[in-house]
Design a protein around this ligand. Sequence first.
Ligand code: MN
Length: 498
Amino acid sequence: MIEKKYQFWFCTGSQDLYGEECLSHVAEHSKMMVEELNRSGNLPFEVVWKPTLITNELIRKTLNEANMDENCAGVITWMHTFSPAKSWILGLQEYRKPLLHLHTQFNREIPYDTIDMDFMNENQSAHGDREYGHIFSRLGMERKVVMGYWADEEVQKRIGAWMRTAVGVIESSHIRVMRVADNMRNVAVTEGDKVEAQIRFGWEVDAYPINEIAESVAGVSQSDINALVDEYYEKYQILLEGRDAAEFKKHVAVQAGIELGFERFLKEKNYQAIVTHFGDLGNLQQLPGLAIQRLMEKGYGFGAEGDWKTAAMVRLMKIMTGNMKDAKGTSFMEDYTYNLVPGKEGILEAHMLEICPSIAEGPISIKAQPLSMGDREDPARLVFTAKEGPAIATSLIDLGDRFRLLINDVNCKKTEKQMPKLPVATAFWTPEPNLQVGTESWILAGGAHHTAFSYDLTAEQMGDWAEAMGIEAVYIDKDTTIRQLKNELRWNQASYRR
Ligand code: MN
């Protein structure tokens, strides 16, 4: 999904006040740390050691080289000794990529028996990292600060999580969304300013006539369709539910043609996300259901009813979770209906069809059923239920003068009973801090009914991404209260005024 082999540069700050011997220790220590970080298995990308930064000139040169290096997705900085922060001003002003300030030190414990003034001068991150951190605050620059002992798993995992955010920041400007339908008539929350989205996030959002992609679908050969249908029949359970087997297979074959035709068209034109609209299908025989579900599983972003913001967010979050071991899945999602029984409160999540099978647990089945909307033949779709566990639901909305990203921690559960008559994939979750405060907060903050959902990212990662993009992030989590949230929204309104 990510073509580049991203790396992160490890830059250690110091100065020449304490002599050559001290500087040789600094270099030795930072090399050991980089080696151990790479060996740990806790980082999704490689760390590359860089020579100790001690002068204005070298800092400026190194940070500009990081800007220019296509494989460098960010810089990790740490002040081993004291590095006067005026030396960093020019370099930081010119630096344009994500930056992590790792606040750590080489030794874990104070060496009580041997500590002297030389040791203190050589190992003064507590001192040097404060001077260094100050200049970011003075410059008003975004950066991530992670504190802790560098060899600890938890610290390494936080660095690893930030790396995924950094790659999301870098890769955001390579996301291209194909619109083969406009936004659904009269719907507000899926709308937005595409120019501002390109300025902020680097997203290209372009329209194509639906019949151009329908032509690509019509051009798929029968033998390619048959081969893919065979693959479906091998991989998924077939739930005829009283339909004729041959007729059912024809419905499935239409989706196979859509999957192949869409993917070819997207590849040919270099798009990584797509939107559709059930009311604007041109010459397509069915609403893309199973086809879109399979494309999402392959890593494409998707938004229904023309929702290009959510399509781009789904793609972004799939990039951020790329190559993750034991990933539980990332999908487009929609809030549908509530369970309001005390103690069992939650939201049933689904869509007309288009939920990504990466979030499925247990068997995945194909069903063909009528849509209650639109005027096409019954689309085939994949039906399953989602995994249990903590996850996040995000919604990017356009407030007219700015974008806001809502991030809600949610807990996914199995529904109490099965729903045999429901012909769509579902998830069921209770938002934090509970259904009442979670949904009241969501509505007060203007969140959409469409979300980009993931088990594999945290609110911290998405909030850091939003901050890097210079947009507002609103968290709804276990600490949220309505009074605090309303104040936060008021203060943000003032803070983001241009
Ligand atoms: Mn929808």
